[in-house]
Design a protein around this ligand. Structure first.
Ligand code: AGP
Length: 367
């Protein structure tokens, strides 16, 4: 029952722990052993063959999910993809290339700016409109031509958790479906689908760091600022981690692509500016390690989230949290979990109202 917190003190924690189950629910009926089942987009999936461009529009956490999908769509399908916050999109003149898919992301399906963007897009000659949404009866679902429901169940905590990871799961399904029509081999499709099938188990093992992260949060909770760094798909996860920390613990946080450090934010780094580094296990690993050395050299305290084969570990100024080693396509989803736990426990230490942070509403239905 969604209105029952069960064994948990807050809805947010209950929702964090529901993720393995709701990610399974999001995958259910959408993939076979080796393929994406394109029927999940509705009776007529012919639009998948025609897409030449993708425009993604959303707000807040949903926007961050869209930013991850840009990496996936351009990488797997080789199609150009742009991502924009709805409050900007709706007030400018947008150039729409031919055969562009208009994709909205929303937990509630009632966000005023996202709805306004959809209504505007419907006048602009897009190929079609697809909503990835959590609420089947929402306005966004009703007004979009196509829908892929995230199946996360009601999300009550104002800080979005399971809605985000199921959006990413739905976006991965969508990205692979588009890629299959754009030259992705059956072998690669199978590899990706098998990775998806293992996702709930990896999210579960990421949750096993709970007790460790609680201790990390005790050390972190007295900070006034934080800088989140990531590269590639980890950059949007850094943005999401910093948003979560701001929302519920009221700690000022920013996120940067790690490669931007020397272009400005490095000036902020001293012993009072902790760095949260999301370390991917790919060819950017060495580059990220060298970014971390730059931070360490300036006395910054580093909170590193990485798998153990990255050869990173606890050191004097490094607080290491192990994240399960997964196929790189799953990394952004699995790395989200420890950041949710970190912001949750920091907020608990600070005694804020975790489920109802000050000044915020669950759904922004008025501009
Ligand atoms: C997330 O933690 C936020 N509370 C917020 O950014 C939210 O994601 C945003 O308002 C968009 O909401 P939606 O997904 O319901 O459209």
């Amino acid at each position: 029952d969604a209105t029952d917190k069960g064994e948990f003190r807050h809805y947010m924690m209950k929702e964090i722990y529901e993720q393995p189950k709701v990610i399974s629910a999001c995958l259910e009926g959408r993939i076979s052993e080796s393929k994406v089942l394109t029927g999940c987009f509705g009776a007529d999936s012919a639009f998948l063959k025609e897409i030449e461009n993708v425009h993604i529009v959303a707000c807040g956490t949903s926007y961050h999910a869209g930013l991850v999908a840009k990496y996936w769509i351009e990488d797997l399908a080789g199609l150009p993809c742009s991502v924009e916050v709805a409050s900007e999109y709706r007030y400018r003149k947008v150039a729409v290339p031919k055969k562009t898919l208009f994709l909205t992301l929303s937990q509630s399906g009632e966000t005023a700016d996202t709805l306004a963007a959809l209504r505007m897009a419907k006048e602009l000659g897009y190929l079609t409109t697809l909503a990835i949404c959590n609420v089947p009866s929402s306005t966004l679902v009703r007004e979009s031509a196509l829908t892929l429901l995230t199946n996360a169940g009601p999300e009550i905590g104002v800080a979005s958790t399971k809605a985000f990871t199921t959006q990413l799961t739905a976006l991965l399904i969508t990205s692979v479906a588009i890629a299959v029509e754009n030259g992705l081999s059956a072998e690669k499709e199978k590899e990706l689908v098998q990775a998806m099938r293992s996702l709930p188990a990896y999210v579960n093992s990421a949750l096993e760091q709970d007790a460790h992260i609680k201790k990390v949060a005790d050390r972190f909770a007295n900070k006034n600022n934080a800088l989140f760094l990531g590269r590639g798909t980890m950059y949007p996860i850094a943005l999401e981690g910093s948003l979560k920390l701001k929302e519920i613990s009221y700690i000022h946080a920013e996120a940067y692509p790690a490669g931007e450090l020397k272009h400005g934010p490095l000036a902020l780094v001293d012993e009072d500016m902790p760095i949260i580094a999301l370390v991917p296990h790919n060819d950017m690993l060495d580059k990220l390690k060298s970014n971390l050395q730059e931070v360490a050299a300036r006395g910054g305290e580093l909170y590193v989230f990485a798998d153990k084969d990255t050869d990173l570990h606890n050191e004097e100024n490094i607080i290491f949290t192990e994240v399960p080693k997964v196929d790189s396509i799953l990394e952004p989803i699995v790395h989200t979990i420890p950041l949710q736990l970190l912001s949750y426990y920091v907020a608990v230490v600070k005694g804020t109202d975790v489920d109802q942070p000050r000044n915020l509403a669950k759904s922004v239905t008025v501009e």
